[in-house]
Write a new protein. Structure first.
Length: 265
């Protein structure tokens, strides 16, 4: 009889432990379910907040950045604002421009073809000098118009509006052709080949300058397609005005006041 009582007692204890274990497991499972639901809701909230943050206009009082790429919705590059180290080398005719050294900081513009179409750059010119320019390029080629400022270490400077005649061919094609000519060993033959490129309007030439020269004169100089000055209007540093008409060889053929003609023969 005592053995039976003991057996029943042990069975009750064991059953109680099983019940306790089941209760504990139920609590743990319930906790895990609640945790999973809460974690899922938190992730959903964060994800939605991230999308909302992306589409919301942000306002900053100050920001430090080394480079900013302005792109269209399809990812096409339209402008780069950068320091010198991270500046874009430029693209012409779909090809990255090879540069031997770093490029100046500033803004570089890109057209719908993906090519560079000009920019605003600035930098140093010696220890005390500096420069700045804003230019716009011909399609698939180099600068066609620009405002430039250039100052040297000694304080002399030139600044003004400039126009260039650019060939109606991609600049990378012309550069490759020029490099071949530049390696011609015979000097006379090399100069003749370069002149042939100029005669065919295959090299960039200066067409107009309007601004201040390093000698403190102001000038308007217009050149022909080959880059040779044909009209030059100058006011010297001491205030003397002069207007010269030049032939293809650079000789003054008419001048105002007329005494300038004799002094320029």
């Amino acid at each position: 009889m005592c053995e039976l009582v003991s057996y029943i007692y042990l069975l009750a204890i064991f059953k109680g432990e099983i019940v306790a274990m089941e209760t504990k497991l139920e609590k743990e499972v319930r906790f895990l379910k609640i945790y999973a639901v809460v974690a899922t809701l938190c992730c959903a909230v964060l994800l939605l907040s991230a999308f909302a943050f992306q589409n919301k206009r942000q306002k900053f009082e100050e920001i430090d950045v080394e480079r900013i790429n302005i792109v269209e919705k399809d990812g096409k590059l339209r402008m780069v604002i950068s320091n010198q180290e991270r500046q874009h080398p430029g693209i012409v005719n779909g090809k990255i421009i090879k540069r031997s050294g770093p490029r100046s900081p500033g803004m570089i513009f890109f057209n719908q073809l993906g090519d560079e179409m000009g920019g605003l750059v600035f930098g140093e010119n010696g220890e005390k000098g500096h420069f700045g320019s804003i230019t716009f390029d011909k399609v698939r080629n180099d600068q066609a118009i620009g405002f430039r400022y250039l100052e040297s270490d000694n304080g002399t400077y030139q600044t003004g509006l400039e126009l260039w005649q650019q060939p109606n061919l991609p600049s990378d094609v012309l550069s490759a052709k020029y490099e071949v000519i530049r390696k011609i060993p015979d000097e006379a033959e090399r100069k003749a080949a370069i002149q042939a490129m100029i005669d065919k309007n295959e090299l960039a030439t200066g067409r107009l300058f309007l601004g201040k020269r390093r000698d403190n004169s102001t000038a308007l100089e217009m050149s022909d397609m080959k880059g040779k000055p044909r009209i030059r209007m100058v006011v010297s540093a001491d205030g003397i005005p002069r207007l010269d008409f030049l032939d293809e060889a650079g000789k003054v053929i008419y001048s105002l006041p007329e005494q300038n003609k004799a002094s320029n023969k």
